[in-house]
Design a protein around this ligand. Structure first.
Ligand code: NAP
Length: 488
């Protein structure tokens, strides 16, 4: 077998792209470049800077396998700490020499075993393989509400939080009640003069107090990496065998426990009317479960108001809602309007144009449904590997762990390309069809498909997450079934 050097492009310098660069180098694949549209690394942890931002996976379970971290200061690490962690890992591995910032991939065209890439900086040439790690939650979704652009105060999406922006003493409106809005509410209620939280749909909230990790504990973790590893194993097991299995319908006992925790948690709300308005009418876990130890406390503060009347329009002075007692509705006067309205999770690979064999366009291929074999590869798009592709386990367990497993799978296929006689590798259409049939058959068992709207569900009603257990995901990522691939 003759071995050849591969030139590889990674799209995105978020947590997944950085990990891919480290591991490709470890595998001896050193001719690799990350193309990053922004001016710095960190992906979602770079883009999100809102007050109260923390990870909702316990920190000791949120780390690369090769970079255990004894320094987390809280059970759920604050966002800036996670960004620092990524920057530290990047510096330790001298990653920036292979990152091209301000280079947004505009197009990727396949021909003869190579991808031709053009970025906002120009023609980048040809690559033997592409690892697309562009993230899932990075296109802010702006609400389509009449008059949004007429608001006279400051208005921004949570993922576009302005630097050094003070909310002190201001009347602040927050639209949305997802994980983001919930964290912001807890963080700012003590600082603003009035907080109006505009809720369209109530959410279930699992109580999770974000206690500090003491310096003493950190010293112990530093001194004894084994202790850190044990904590990781314990937390990871909680997440995978209990939480993740429960939401895909494989652990009814744990589901019952989670359900009860959420319902009991609501009892912290003392006013019956407020409690009724905060009570969802769908199953616990159908929308992504929110983890919070302070939201119910925050929303019951005298300067906080939960607004559940429908928004009719936005005006220069604030938000107008329908009001059963007033024809003209009610104006909620605001100085600042925060759009905690989430992301378009189904715009992955967009807006770049990707054209596979024979010029086949990915946007056209995915027009009716975004489908990828085991979430990683796509027929007719050879040598194109995704981290965070459709049906990745976005709602199940630690993203860093998912990314490493998907990468490990992709690397085994990339290794095949090193053989001088092999130019391309792509899954068979039948393999994708069988995978999708299995996804469709299993999805109704999951709690996501139990009747609610969420960002897991695309415009065609498909739930774009992994409907099986962590153990199955791990096993499927272990070794590619080569008979499911066309290798030429
Ligand atoms: P989200 O869960 O999609 O929530 C968006 C919110 O905005 C929902 O309450 C939605 O209401 C509301 N909304 C959207 N358009 C609206 C409109 N036109 N009028 C009124 N309300 C509107 O978004 P997110 O809170 O940013 O969270 C997204 C995901 O990011 C999370 O599920 C999580 O995976 C991740 N995240 C993670 C962390 C973390 O790790 N700490 C923190 C934040 C976010 P409906 O429910 O009625 O649609």
């Amino acid at each position: 077998m003759t071995s050849r050097n591969l030139r590889i492009a990674i799209i995105g310098s978020g947590a997944s792209g950085l990990m891919a660069l480290i591991k490709l180098r470890e595998a001896g694949l050193t001719d690799t470049t990350i193309f990053e549209k922004a001016e710095s690394l960190g992906g979602t942890w770079r883009d999100n800077r809102y007050p109260g931002l923390t990870c909702d996976v316990p920190s000791l379970a949120y780390r690369y396998s090769f970079a255990p971290n004894a320094e987390w200061t809280h059970v759920c690490a604050p966002g800036p700490e996670i960004l620092d962690y990524l920057k530290t890992v990047a510096a330790e591995h001298d990653l920036e020499r292979d990152i091209r910032y301000s280079a947004e991939v505009l197009s990727a065209d396949y021909a003869d075993g190579q991808w031709h890439i053009v970025t906002s900086q120009g023609d980048e040439g040809r690559f033997d393989a592409v690892l697309a790690a562009a993230g899932v939650l990075h296109h802010p979704a702006y609400p389509d509400i009449e008059g949004l652009d007429t608001f006279a105060g400051d208005c921004f999406h949570t993922a576009r939080w302005p630097d050094n922006f003070s909310l002190e003493g201001k009347r602040v409106g927050v639209i949305g009640t997802g994980s983001t809005a919930t964290q912001i509410t807890g963080a700012i209620v003590g600082e603003v003069s009035k907080l109006s939280l505009f809720q369209r749909t109530p959410q279930w909230i699992l109580p999770l107090a974000n206690d500090p990790i003491s310096e003493e504990q950190r010293v112990a973790y530093r001194a004894n990496p084994e202790l850190l590893e044990q904590e990781f194993i314990r937390l990871n097991l909680e997440q995978t065998s209990k939480f993740a299995a429960a939401i895909v319908g494989e652990n009814p006992y744990s589901y019952g426990v989670i359900d009860r925790y959420c319902r009991d948690h609501l009892n912290l709300v003392t006013d019956p009317d407020l409690k009724a308005r905060l009570t969802p009418d769908y199953k616990v876990g159908c929308k992504r479960l929110i983890m919070s130890g302070n939201f119910y406390h925050a929303i019951q503060q005298p300067n906080a108001e939960l607004v559940t009347d429908a928004i009719t329009r936005i005006e220069a002075g604030g938000i107008r809602t329908a009001d059963a007692n007033a024809r003209e509705g009610r104006l909620h006067e605001l100085d600042v309007l925060v759009l905690a309205t989430g992301f378009d999770a189904h715009k992955i690979m967009s807006p770049m144009t990707v054209a596979g064999r024979g010029g086949k366009r990915l946007d056209a291929t995915w027009a009716d449904a975004q489908e990828a074999y085991l979430a990683v590869t796509i027929p007719d798009f050879p040598n194109w590997f995704m981290i965070g592709g459709p049906n990745s386990p976005v709602g199940n367990f630690s993203w860093l762990q998912t990314a490493e497993l998907q990468f490990g799978y992709a690397l085994q296929l990339i290794e095949k390309l090193r053989d001088g006689n092999i130019r391309e590798i792509a899954p068979r259409a039948e393999a994708l069809r069988a995978f999708n049939d299995a996804v469709k058959a299993k999805m109704p068992d999951t709690i996501w498909a139990s009747g609610c709207k969420s960002w897991y569900i695309d415009k065609h009603g498909h739930v774009a997450s992994w409907p099986w257990t962590f153990e199955k995901f791990k096993a499927d990522m272990e070794t590619p079934v080569l008979s499911d691939y066309e290798i030429a």
